[in-house]
Write a protein that binds this ligand. Structure first.
Ligand SMILES: CC(=O)[C@@H](O)[C@H](O)COP(=O)(O)O
Length: 266
């Protein structure tokens, strides 16, 4: 699609000094195989991938390693704290990840209990404060709560990432009004993270004005993940351009596309 409006008019986005053309960030979990992971990520056009450092083999060469399938020289790895339910756990996990892989730009998520794994905001604030003090650049997974998002920004998080719906639920954007409020008041990039189930929902997130979208299940759990990855790439581009184009107003009465009186046929 190079050369047409869908790629030439979008200058991409930036977080903590890292520039990306693709506004789609994808996860590396939940796929049937590392081969499928690699194929879907390639098809998505994503340049940043998030990695659950507690769950993925990044260091044992005797077993298949993610790096062998998703080249860290081609993709920005964004370590995440999936599976962490306390601030201490999340901070320790990212400190170990930085020691092992030198990563400073990280995704913080501190999850509440099942069934929703909803962001535990008190623990998220605690972990964010410790990580920022430690010199990390924190992209933080958070509730779709404008006050919490603003507080995280003011603490020094480099991006806020409110959920669309619970992780892996595929329910789409359950609270677009609060997401829009977060977006309109943010001075750092805003990404919808979690809950997107199909391409139209990714487009909707971008139409709200998100800088990018972070998703995993919608691709990995699709019947054809590679095709869904391509759909997500197109949806995120379409949503961005629709946002830039400025949609028409909603009218709750008809507005005929041609004036009624000028018809030749009376
Ligand atoms: C990959 C990752 O970081 C997930 O925790 C992220 O929130 C995506 O959620 P979905 O799987 O619902 O897209």
């Amino acid at each position: 699609m190079d050369g047409d409006i869908m790629t030439t008019a979008d200058d991409g986005w930036e977080v903590a000094g890292h520039r990306f053309r693709s506004r789609l960030v994808v996860g590396t979990g939940r796929y049937k195989s590392l081969e499928e992971t690699a194929a879907a990520i390639e098809a998505s056009g994503a340049e940043m991938v998030t990695v659950a450092v507690r769950r993925v083999n990044l260091s044992d060469p005797k077993a298949p390693m993610l790096q062998d399938f998703v080249d860290p020289k081609k993709y920005t790895y964004l370590p995440n704290t999936a599976g962490c339910h306390t601030a201490q756990d999340a901070v320790r996990t990212l400190r170990l990840a930085r020691e092992a892989g030198g990563w400073n730009l990280v995704k913080l998520e501190v999850l509440g209990p099942p069934p929703f794994l909803y962001p535990d905001m008190p623990a998220t604030f605690e972990a964010a404060e410790a990580l920022i003090r430690d010199g990390f650049q924190v992209m933080v997974y958070c509730a779709d709560d404008p006050l919490a998002a603003k507080r995280l920004e003011e603490m020094g998080c480099v991006a806020v990432m409110p959920l669309g719906a619970p992780i892996g639920s595929g329910l789409g954007l359950t609270n677009p009004f609060m997401l829009r409020s977060i977006i309109e008041n943010a001075k750092v990039p805003v990404l919808v993270d979690a809950g997107i189930g199909t391409a139209s929902e990714a487009a909707q997130a971008m139409e709200l004005g998100c800088d990018a979208v972070l998703l995993n299940s919608a691709i990995a759990h699709a019947r054809d993940p590679v095709r869904m990855a391509r759909a997500m790439q197109a949806a995120v581009q379409a949503g961005r351009h629709a946002h830039l184009a400025g949609r028409m107003p909603r009218n709750y009465v008809a507005d005929p596309s041609s004036p009624l009186s000028s018809g030749l046929i009376r």
